[in-house]
Design a protein around this ligand. Sequence first.
Ligand SMILES: Cc1ncc(C[n+]2csc(CCOP(=O)(O)OP(=O)(O)O)c2C)c(N)n1
Length: 280
Amino acid sequence: MKDLNVKELNVLAAQIRLETLKVIRSRGFGHVGGSVDLAEMMAVLYGAAMRFDPKNPRWPDRDWLVLSKGHAGPAAYATFGLMGYYPLEEAYTLNHPHTRFPSHTDRLLTPGVDLTTGSLGQGASSAMGAALGNKLDGRDSRVYLVVGDGEADEGQVWEAFHFAAAHKLDNVVVFLDMNGYQLDGPTADILDHGDLPGKIAAFGLYTQQVDGHDVAAIYHALEAAHAHKGSPSCIVLKTCKGKGATFAEASHAHSSTPSEAQWAEAIQAAEQALEAARLA
Ligand SMILES: Cc1ncc(C[n+]2csc(CCOP(=O)(O)OP(=O)(O)O)c2C)c(N)n1
């Protein structure tokens, strides 16, 4: 890990949030809520934790990101653009015909995407396979897997956790985005998980819970996860679905089709948040 620089990471998170909004705006509508809430996590991963080479996206010794909640693709596209995988403006073609930037992440299309995702649950299993493969190959690469709390309704997620614990995959860090909402309402109303962090811990993952919008808390949790040996880790991120998107933050909407005026207001607010982070 790079040394912790809170200001730098907050600036990066604000850039990621702004660019995520711009990417989705290029299509006019999309999965805003569950994309913008990952900005701080993405900033810590790509700004301080991960080993990657934008000029060689398939570098065998890279760390992997598996965005199993693949509908958050725009947050990945914004981050990869900012990291130099491609000119950022290219991602302003989200879901346009022949784009390299589909709404859900596709490893055959977009540099930086390690696994194709979108069918919820499947990314969790694929990520554990990649982690086991890296171990068998003698690589010290890590796999960072991002799962939604609604996604955790899928039995496949738990099968993947079971597998990872049984195979002692301590090269895996799961981020569980606990924003409390899924596609059509609060997660607790649709299929209540009860004590989600407790259940993950019971499956054998070294589990921590942090404020998902606090870059220092995420950084320190990652340090602890990296230091932990013998079992996979999970960092439960307590997040606000729609964080920083003026039209989505209060409603926690899954998909948004804002008016032009709402887009303009949201972009302006995100620009101001970036400026404030730079001045802090
Ligand atoms: C197997 C499968 N079933 C249903 C869907 C449709 N779907 C897309 S996103 C979503 C809700 C996901 O909720 P959550 O994981 O909490 O995502 P977040 O709220 O963080 O965006 C659903 C049901 C899907 N993509 N895959």
